[in-house]
Design a protein around this ligand. Structure first.
Ligand code: HEM
Length: 395
């Protein structure tokens, strides 16, 4: 049998790239895997991934969730805010924005999201040639999160472009590209302008609320608010876009499942896609003490990659995990993490995905994809498609 080699940088070059056979070998043969060259360990079994994300004392987030050397380290929180912090600091910072994401507040957004989705889908279908990702899936989360945060309409497309560039890794490249770095700096510049604008004129939006808030008696600095916004816009856009693209792709691959989707099993369509091919397949932690697991000693300060993508296909957690099946019983999916960093936007992501797909099947009777023209998102952190040309049959 071939040597077992795993790197998250290996799985996005071509449209058919498939990490799941390697994930299966990791779970079976090397539940504590070591990659010397890139200096990380990896956990792939469901119970290990869940235990690690729920144990921030030993599996710390202080060096951030990204593997690239240039964005890993104690400075990560300057760009990524509380996703790169541990409790109790994390808890206080997260508390400031969590009120905007309670299930009730999120449910109130449904009419707005439906309106946004309907408009983008109508416009795409009128155009005739549809790219499901660029015309539909990429636009909806950008509009929704921008609205929530208070990004002015004319700036939204540009922010999306810059955020995409910052996560782009060229052909298996392991570092941010020079264009990506420039984009990141420009993006931070946009958020800085937004913050100084709200410092001058308070409005009824999230930026003004953050500028007013106090943590341990202190106000947040402008830099801290900028990092917050960067985290929200980064985490809220890409992931949901790719969930949508993956949903359409897998339904297309399995026509019996597509038929179920068109019969209206939309929540199930979303849940099974989250499990089967999650948009956020890797999470990074740093171990804060020596940890022994499955007879392997992981030294303190090691970088450890947790693989929700592998955990969601673990037969110990899901029966017949390699079958894409909207009719399966709900299971313990780990696509949104767990523990203190459990995805703040999970209800929002589910709502956006459900509403978009509902509006899609309300306006279409069928669709076909042209995979010869499709392309994957070039990033080890995001699994999904950058281009998904489709022929859609309108109702
Ligand atoms: C399909 C869509 C999404 C997926 C798969 C996803 C996945 C995740 C995961 C796995 C984490 C945990 C990170 C960790 O443990 O280090 C996370 C955290 C987070 N997500 Fe999401 N996410 C999605 C959509 C969203 C949306 C729409 C927002 C909107 C605001 C969002 C905001 C956040 C934030 C702020 C965090 C950091 C939470 C913390 O550190 O306490 N996510 N997400």
């Amino acid at each position: 049998m071939a040597d077992l080699v795993f790197s998250p940088y290996d799985f996005y070059d071509d449209v058919d790239s498939d990490p799941y056979p390697v994930y299966a070998r990791l779970r079976e043969e090397a539940p504590v895997y070591r990659n010397e060259e890139l200096d990380f360990w990896a956990l792939s079994r469901h119970e290990d991934v869940v235990a690690a994300v729920r144990d921030p004392r030993r599996f710390s987030s202080v060096n951030g969730p990204l593997l690239d050397a240039s964005v890993w380290g104690p400075e990560a929180r300057r760009a990524l805010s509380f996703i790169a912090m541990d409790p109790p600091h994390h808890t206080r910072m997260r508390g400031l924005v969590s009120r905007a994401f309670t299930p009730r507040r999120v449910a109130e957004l449904e009419p707005h999201i439906r309106d946004v989705a309907r408009r983008h889908i109508e416009a795409a279908l009128l155009k005739g040639e549809v790219d499901f990702v660029t015309d539909i899936a990429a636009k909806i989360p950008t509009d929704v999160i921008s609205e929530l945060v208070g990004v002015p309409e004319p700036d939204r497309a540009e922010l999306r472009r810059l955020a995409d560039l910052a996560l782009h890794r060229e052909g298996g490249g392991r570092e941010i590209t020079p264009e990506g770095l420039t984009a990141l700096i420009e993006l931070i510049g946009h958020f800085t302008d937004l913050v100084s604008d709200r410092r001058q004129k308070t409005r009824d939006d999230m930026v003004s609320a953050l500028l007013d808030a106090r943590v341990e008696g202190d106000r947040l600095t402008d830099e801290e608010v900028v990092a917050f916004l960067h985290l929200l816009v980064g985490a809220g856009n890409e992931t949901t876009t790719n969930l949508l693209g993956n949903a359409v792709y897998w339904a297309w691959r399995y026509p019996d499942q597509k038929a179920l989707a068109f019969e209206g099993r939309v929540s199930e369509w979303v849940e099974e896609t989250l499990r089967y091919d999650t948009a956020a397949p890797t999470l990074l932690r740093t171990v804060s003490c020596d940890v022994e697991l499955h007879g392997v000693e992981i030294p303190s300060e090691s970088r450890i990659l947790l693989l929700p993508g592998a955990a969601n296909r673990d037969p110990a957690a899901f029966p017949e995990p390699d079958r894409y099946d909207m009719e399966r019983e709900p299971g313990p999916l780990i696509s949104f993490g767990s523990g203190p960093h459990f995805c703040l936007g999970a209800s929002l992501a589910r709502l956006e995905a459900r509403v978009t797909l509902e509006e899609f099947i309300a306006q279409a009777t069928n669709f076909d994809l042209d995979m010869s023209q499709a392309g994957r998102r070039q990033s080890p952190y995001i699994r999904g498609f950058a281009k998904l040309p489709a022929t859609v049959v309108p109702r």
